[in-house]
Design a protein around this ligand. Structure first.
Ligand code: ADP
Ligand code: MG
Length: 323
């Protein structure tokens, strides 16, 4: 069996079996590891690599955009644990012919990203390799228990922190290379979401402090895919109300002009970096962030609700190894 059959998530499941359990309160399987330092404080650690021509394309994004995005993607996983992001390390892998200007631009973006989230860049590694790669590690601090993927209970409301589909729509616009008929503001909003996504760092930390969120993960691969991760970890099912999924208005308008499926963009598109949470229904107001309900946790099964009828939740979302 090769990776294209196993898939990204199949591989991670196998890796879990290969790696012995250690001292972490939470190891492989959540958005980030939780490493206890004492009774009260833990370090939260995560790593995510951005590879040229897989996660970004120079030409479609500036080097600074790539640096900023690498920080956001990592901070997003720290935020999904409800931790405060603090430190960033960067392993930079660059082909020998990479220009110094490109590298300087990447660092401008990394530093800008760090500034946005109150992080410091404290180290990394430098080596050569076939594709420009930013392998970033983010460390955060948690005083108390973190938000996990595994606490969702039947009856909880499923909710997101913001509108979906912008980044996927931006990427589709870059592929289509055709600005005809689009409002420049709408196109720019989509392109900016793809090039410079912003992680919900404050929302993650404030939701944890509010103490009412039962489960949380960040939307990096798309709602359809990520909601499966949450239900698998929690051992529950879910109903997603398709009419309630907040499609960004810019996405609706761009899709209207282009004849694209805005609903699919919001459901299956990746890199929104919003947080997906579950909250007991009577505590939604106390969650500590503005939440938009998109469904509910049920005992079992994965369902899409359309006009009050259940349909099986479609497959969708991003898997790096699937053909
Ligand atoms: P996310 O999309 O939130 O970044 P991933 O799907 O990349 O999460 O990873 C899920 C979990 O698997 C995380 O806990 C991550 O640390 C772990 N993981 C992913 N790849 C590896 C690997 N190669 N070795 C060990 N753990 C891994
Ligand atoms: Mg994540």
């Amino acid at each position: 069996m090769d990776l294209s059959e196993l898939g990204e998530f199949g591989l991670i499941d196998r890796i879990r079996g290969w790696v012995p359990r250690g001292s972490a309160s939470l190891g492989i399987g959540d958005d980030a590891a939780v490493l206890p330092l004492g009774e009260l404080v833990s370090i939260v650690a995560t790593t995510d690599a951005l590879v040229a021509d897989v996660h970004f394309r120079l030409g479609w994004s500036s080097p600074a955009d790539a640096g900023f995005k690498a920080v956001s993607a990592n901070v997003s996983d720290v935020a999904a644990m409800g931790a405060d992001p603090r430190w960033i390390l960067v392993a930079l892998i660059a082909p020998k012919d990479t220009s110094a200007d490109v590298l300087e631009g990447i660092y401008e973006g990394l530093i800008e990203g760090c500034g946005r989230y109150g992080c410091e860049l404290v180290g990394g590694d430098t080596t050569t390799g076939p594709a420009l790669t930013l392998a970033v590690t983010a460390l955060g601090i948690l005083d108390g228990d973190g938000l996990t993927r595994s606490g969702a209970r039947p009856g909880d409301v499923l909710a997101v922190t913001g509108p979906l589909g912008l980044a996927a729509c931006g990427l589709s616009l870059l592929y289509s290379k055709d600005p005809a008929g689009l409002s420049p503001e709408d196109a720019d909003a989509c392109l900016a979401a793809h090039r410079r996504p912003v992680a919900k760092a404050d929302e993650g930390a404030s939701m944890r402090r509010a103490g009412v969120v039962s489960a949380c993960l960040d939307l990096s691969d798309g709602l359809l895919s990520d909601v499966r991760r949450l239900t698998e970890a929690s051992g529950v099912g879910v109903e997603v109300d398709v009419e309630a999924v907040p499609v960004a208005p810019e996405v609706r308008r761009v899709c209207e002009v282009r004849g694209w499926d805005a609903e699919r963009m919001a459901l299956a598109g990746g890199e929104d970096f919003e947080l997906l949470v579950t909250v007991p229904p009577d505590r939604l107001e106390e969650a500590g962030a503005r939440l938009r309900p998109v469904g509910r946790v049920v005992d079992d099964g994965l369902w899409l609700m359309r006009a009050g009828e259940r349909e099986p939740l479609p497959e969708g979302g991003w898997d790096h190894f699937r053909r």
